[in-house]
Design a protein. Structure first.
Length: 318
């Protein structure tokens, strides 16, 4: 297929674009480099530097579909500057959908998120759990999910929203390079690499098995595999929503243990208060992704940490 990948200079978009190229697809990346990197765009992809609001300049009827990763995605920033999230994630996606309609491009796979659910007590979380986002980031992604449902009904769009839980790991020289980095695994690895004296553990009083928060970490290559499957599963007139996670939760302390084992470094930590807005536990049911996409995650926490560590050792300082 000929595909537009928005956000393809970023962490996840760059890795999915790499795997799309390996699978024989033709890829054009549209990215404004606001949080991504020019060298994150894989070799073999065409690159347009621009905002998603410029999608009309890039799309034409020769495209078979769009994978839409470009977004603002920091929870705490979304609380401080909500307008940035409504403008980029919601108005930006509306402009992208307008451009798709104008160019008659009728297939989209969208990066949704577990943050649409808020802090549900149900575990594992199925797609039937009522979404109740607790921050503007999650609310903006939920708004896009609603846009896709109505576009599918009104215009026969083939749409899939993939609700990622916590993505980790690296592939083929592409990994996480966020600035600031807020994610747990790269922050722990920065300490293991000696770049920082200690990592912070946000909250040790959660109602979990060791008092630290539980998340469902998913290898970015397993995530990419789901995108390739979603492209072919997308059906005109239908908006499919699937959670993507392993179904297994890990506490912050369990991730810390894995990082210590993989790196062989002590990784000192400081206990800090809970981070505002962090739910105690988010673990996915991926039954629907298995049924609809034939998808199953294959890589465990150790392999995510090991791949992220070898990426960091080879590339992070270059
Ligand atoms: N990392 C995770 O654990 C996680 C979990 C759930 C959902 N997601 C979603 O996955 C997607 C990718 O996340 P990531 O971690 O790779 O983030 P990232 O910041 O590394 O990548 C986002 C890319 O989009 C680009 N971009 C941002 N705004 C743009 C705009 N207006 N126009 C064009 N390009 C723009 C950035 O420059 C960047 O290259 C996001 O939509 C995010 O909300 C990520
Ligand atoms: O230095 C750190 C960083 C994080 N944490 C904790 O580790 C857990 C995971 O945090 P993080 O890696 O920042 O991910 P989340 O806040 O869970 O958010 C990610 O996962 C969500 C879905 O679960 C997505 O919606 C978001 O986009 C994505 O950033 C949380 O309990 C944090 O409080 C720490 O203790 N120390």
């Amino acid at each position: 297929m000929k595909l537009l990948v928005t956000g393809g200079a970023g962490y996840i978009g760059g890795i999915v674009a790499t795997l799309l190229l390996e699978a024989g697809h033709e890829v054009t990346v549209l990215d404004d480099l606001s949080t991504g990197h020019r060298d994150g765009v894989p070799e073999g992809a065409a690159f347009h530097q621009g905002a998603i609001t410029d999608a009309a300049d890039v799309l034409d009827p020769s495209f078979d579909g769009v994978l839409h990763f470009a977004a603002k995605s920091l929870v705490s920033e979304s609380v401080r500057r909500p307008e940035l999230y409504w403008r980029t994630n919601v108005c930006g996606t509306l402009a992208l959908l307008d451009a798709m309609r104008a160019a008659d491009v009728r297939r989209i796979v969208f990066s949704s998120t577990a943050a649409t659910y808020g802090a549900p007590e149900t575990t594992p979380i199925t797609e039937d759990v009522p979404p109740q986002p607790t921050n503007p980031y999650g609310a903006s992604k939920l708004a896009v999910d609603a846009m896709l449902t109505s576009e599918a009904q009104a215009y026969d769009l083939a749409a899939v929203s993939l609700r990622y839980f916590n993505v980790a790991g690296a592939y083929a020289g592409h990994g996480e390079r966020h600035d600031p980095e807020t994610h747990l695994i790269p922050n722990l690895l920065a300490v293991a690499a000696g770049e920082r004296p200690a990592a912070q553990v946000f909250g040790t009083d959660y109602p979990t098995r060791d008092g630290t928060a539980v998340r469902d970490y998913l290898h970015v290559v397993d995530l990419a595999d789901a995108h390739l499957r979603a492209l072919t599963a997308a059906t005109p007139g239908r908006h499919l929503i699937c959670n993507l996670g392993t179904g297994t939760g890990s506490t912050v302390h369990e991730v810390l243990t894995a990082v210590r084992e993989v790196t062989g470094h002590e990784v000192p930590v400081e206990e800090s208060p809970r981070r505002a807005g962090d739910p105690p536990s988010l673990v996915a049911s991926h039954d629907r992704a298995t049924a609809e996409l034939g998808w199953k995650p294959r890589r465990d926490l150790h392999s995510m940490v090991a791949d992220a560590w070898s990426y960091r050792q080879r590339h992070a300082s270059s």
